[in-house]
Design a protein around this ligand. Structure first.
Ligand code: 1GP
Length: 254
């Protein structure tokens, strides 16, 4: 793929050495047109970098959601697929997730083999991503569906070794996730340890429910924050995240 067609990946890489930003996770099952309209207008105001679309278990087809977002917004659409049935040519990019915190071959490589021929013939940008599920204090849908054990939240050294291995295998982005609706966000000490040890852009999500938690994640080394559940409950939460992001980024300039 030509360099100019790697917009999402290049944006993620640029965050590493520059201003941090955030993405909104859109769960197709929870997204009627009214909610999507709110997301589109509030996201434009808040400066959301990407819409991540997908989930561990999705009942509805994602195509209508992608089409609707495309018709209303210029924000890039990035697939965050829980399975191969969430592939779509309508997105700009896909986080090609290998679930490296787990030991389930289907989520490490199996589904990728099934998806690869489809992705090879589409113009969608494929971003090799090491996905690490971290214990967020509850059993999440991703844990149950993927049959993988989350990495213990109090073991930053395991997270570092896992992220390093992912990077050495050629994965280009690391996503540490507590899972949607996690009780506890990823501990800053773990984010810091992984950010210091690796060079990839670092995405942090799961259980972020306050501007302070987002600020703490940025301070520890997150390059991109992902929020989902809290925005579903209260869409104006996006402006709180915007404020936390701006507050963090303003320190970078001074
Ligand atoms: C989940 O990281 C995302 O995969 C977002 O999590 O819905 O808890 O914000 P929340």
């Amino acid at each position: 793929m030509e360099e100019q067609n790697r917009k999402v990946k290049n944006h993620l890489v640029s965050l590493k050495s520059g201003k941090k930003s955030f993405a909104l996770l859109i769960d197709p099952d929870k997204s009627d047109e009214g909610y999507l309209d709110k997301c589109v207008s509030l996201s434009a105001e808040a400066g959301v970098s990407f819409f991540l679309v997908g989930g561990s278990l999705v009942f509805k087809s994602i195509d209508p959601v992608l089409k609707y977002l495309r018709s209303k917004s210029d924000i890039p659409l990035v697939l965050f697929p829980g399975s191969v049935i969430q592939l779509s040519p309508l997105a700009d990019a896909i986080l090609f997730l290998s679930l490296i915190s787990g030991r389930n071959p289907d989520y490490l490589i199996g589904n990728h083999v099934v998806a690869a021929p489809f992705l090879a013939k589409e113009s969608i940008e494929v971003i090799p991503t090491g996905y690490m599920l971290i214990d967020g204090g509850m059993t999440t849908t991703v844990e149950y569906i993927s049959h993988t054990k989350p990495l213990p939240a109090n073991k930053p050294e395991i997270a570092v070794a896992t992220a390093l291995a992912g990077e050495m295998l050629g994965l280009q982005v690391i996503y540490m996730d507590g899972g949607s609706g996690a009780h506890n966000p990823i501990p800053p000490a773990m984010i810091e340890a992984v950010a210091k040890a690796t060079h990839c852009p670092l995405i942090i999500g799961g259980g972020i429910r306050s501007g302070q938690q987002a600020f703490d994640a940025y301070s520890a080394g997150a390059d991109l924050i992902v929020v989902g559940n809290r925005v579903e409950e209260q869409p104006s939460f996006l402006s709180e995240i915007k404020e936390a992001t701006n507050q963090f980024n303003s320190q970078l300039n001074s």
